[in-house]
Design a protein around this ligand. Structure first.
Ligand code: ADP
Ligand code: MG
Length: 228
């Protein structure tokens, strides 16, 4: 995976985060999950998803990028993460989150609600609402996968609350809703590597805007009958 331009750039030049909220956007395969997973491993969050200092579900070896990644903290970040045991954070990985969340429901340090009795999206919000509560590093990989439009807005409120108490959020996403949070830094991953972009200039925002105003522009070429 070191051949992926964004991953290669992280290895060669590192990556700085300038805002308490960072979104990683880019096409499938551009390296978002690889980077978020490696950050989770470097910080001490289970790369399968979960909170700091716990490894309930997954004992797999570190990913190649996670193995070599080193984190450099701000002075406040350094204080908060001085002891690996006291480090706060959570990694919500949409792909594996539901199995993991069902497994730890009711365990000490997690949430009390039985999320197996909730919808996927309700479960996500319950978990995020409970776990995003202390200053620390919070990672998400495509949280919008399970969330409706209004649930995405609730997630924005949860992120905002967390950032106000000193938390940092790094989130891989395809969501034009989430990426619109004011003040968030948006990093676009692609064949060029990684560069910072404004929300209004994001290609995903442009595609959504055009699709919503005229779906046929995108759909017609796909649905045209094959000439025999
Ligand atoms: N387990 C793996 N082993 C080898 N290569 C991988 C593995 N996972 C991902 N890759 C490579 O890294 C690329 C980026 O994957 P990923 O980070 O999952 O992309 P994204 O999350 O942006 O869709 C993939 O296209 C693939 O080439
Ligand atoms: Mg991914």
């Amino acid at each position: 995976m070191f051949h992926v331009p964004a991953v290669n750039q992280v290895i060669k030049a590192g990556l700085e985060f300038h805002s308490p909220i960072t979104f990683l956007v880019g096409e499938n395969g551009s390296g978002k999950s690889t980077i978020v997973e490696a950050l989770a491993e470097a910080y001490g969050l289970d790369a399968y998803g979960g909170r700091a200092g716990r490894k309930f579900v997954n004992d797999r070896p570190q990913t190649p990028l996670g193995e070599i990644m080193r984190l450099y903290y701000t002075p406040t970040g350094a204080k908060l993460s001085a002891s690996r045991r006291k480090r706060k954070g959570y990694f919500l990985r949409a792909e594996t989150a539901f199995g993991f969340m069902s497994f730890v429901s009711g365990m000490p340090g997690y949430w009390e609600e039985d999320i197996t009795k909730m919808s996927h999206g309700e479960g996500f919000l319950t978990v995020l609402n409970t776990m995003f509560s202390k200053p620390g590093l919070y990672l998400m990989d495509e949280p919008e996968a399970a969330l409706s439009f209004s649930s995405c807005l609730r997630l924005i409120a949860i992120i905002h609350r967390l950032v106000n108490i000193g938390g940092q959020v790094i989130c891989a996403t395809h969501s034009p809703v989430l990426t619109a949070i004011p003040g968030a830094e948006i990093l676009e991953l692609g064949s060029h590597g990684i560069h910072q972009v404004e929300w209004k200039e994001l290609s995903l925002v442009d595609h959504w805007r055009r699709y919503l105003s005229d779906p046929s522009f995108y759909l017609q070429p796909l649905l045209e009958e094959d000439p025999q």
